[in-house]
Design a protein around this ligand. Structure first.
Ligand SMILES: O=C(O)CCC(=O)C(=O)O
Length: 293
């Protein structure tokens, strides 16, 4: 690992719960799982501690400004127009900027990996996926503050996180989105078309829901807006239609999203070698599980 990727002052491994503001074992999962199954999403308030938020936001800043080596990560910058269709493809890192809409491969970063492996995520993943869990992705989704020169990120249209675009033999169904900053309604918080996960894929390709489909759908015409506070987590089904608007505030809106899945999931991409996916969370009986808390 390059020296510049060394983790700054992480809580010591013998106080691993410092990053959680709640007791992960005591949290009543029943209402959360019920909302997730029925609506496709559930807000879990106040999960990350201030220590976690400080570490994660400082690390996000360091990654976006190039204070740590950018090469392990994949970047996509915002377009100046704020339009999703205009976001550059294949360009990657374009130098220090607060306006990267998406940064992938954050499981390679010790700070974001530490958060990915927190004890609440482990409990939810084991409940929803099974004893053995693979990570599909760990990404930052950010929207910079609106300025005279920038519209406040990229408007993310209704989409599903599954389908042929994902190159998998089955759809993952578990994502956990952590607000690193307050994400009020006007900062481009998450918006959901409730219950749409129950209808499967809107197109075989997946990703963006075609306007001809969402334009007439009652759940998209009456969306559920989910403002979040820094530290809140949203559990969502990959198939639920979700979207987020531009950030109209003078503060950045950064969030970190992870997707967990069954390790039996196979990559179906034909170009190049098939992707493999890292395991997270050792089975409960293994002694090494302790470090995941
Ligand atoms: O943060 C956002 O605006 C969208 C996040 C998202 O689409 C996801 O986590 O799957």
């Amino acid at each position: 690992m390059p020296a510049s990727l060394a983790a700054p002052s992480l809580p010591s491994p013998d106080s691993p719960l410092d990053w959680l503001a709640i007791d992960p074992d005591a949290l009543d999962l029943a209402p959360i799982l019920s909302a997730y199954r029925q609506d496709g999403f559930a807000l879990i308030p106040g999960v990350a501690s201030q220590a976690a938020l400080t570490a994660l936001t400082e690390r996000a800043h360091a990654i976006m400004t190039g204070a740590v080596d950018h090469r392990p990560f994949f970047f996509q910058h915002d377009a100046a127009t704020g339009r999703y269709e205009d976001a550059p493809l294949g360009e990657g890192w374009v130098g220090p900027s607060p306006a990267y809409r998406k940064i992938e491969k954050l499981e390679r970063d010790p700070v974001f990996l530490r958060w990915t492996e927190n004890a609440l995520f482990a409990r939810l993943a084991r409940t929803l996926v099974g004893p053995d869990i693979a990570l599909y992705r760990a990404i930052l989704m950010t929207k910079p503050a609106r300025t005279e020169r920038g519209p406040g990120g990229t408007l993310l249209p209704w989409h599903q996180d599954a389908g042929a675009l994902w190159g998998l033999d089955r759809s993952p169904r578990v994502q956990l989105w952590t607000a690193l900053d307050d994400a009020p309604r006007d900062a481009g918080c998450m918006v959901f078309a409730k219950g749409t996960h129950l209808e499967g894929l809107a197109s075989a390709l997946g990703g963006i829901v075609p306007p001809s489909v969402h334009g007439l759908h009652p759940a998209a015409l009456d969306p559920v807006v989910v403002p979040a506070k820094a530290g809140d987590v949203v559990l969502l089904d990959n198939l639920v239609w979700h979207a987020s608007a531009l950030n109209a505030t003078s503060h950045p809106r950064r969030a970190f999203s992870v997707c967990f899945m069954d390790p039996a999931t196979r990559c179906t991409r034909k170009r190049g070698a098939p992707r493999t996916f890292p395991r997270v969370f050792a089975p409960v009986s293994a002694p090494s599980a302790a470090h995941t808390r």
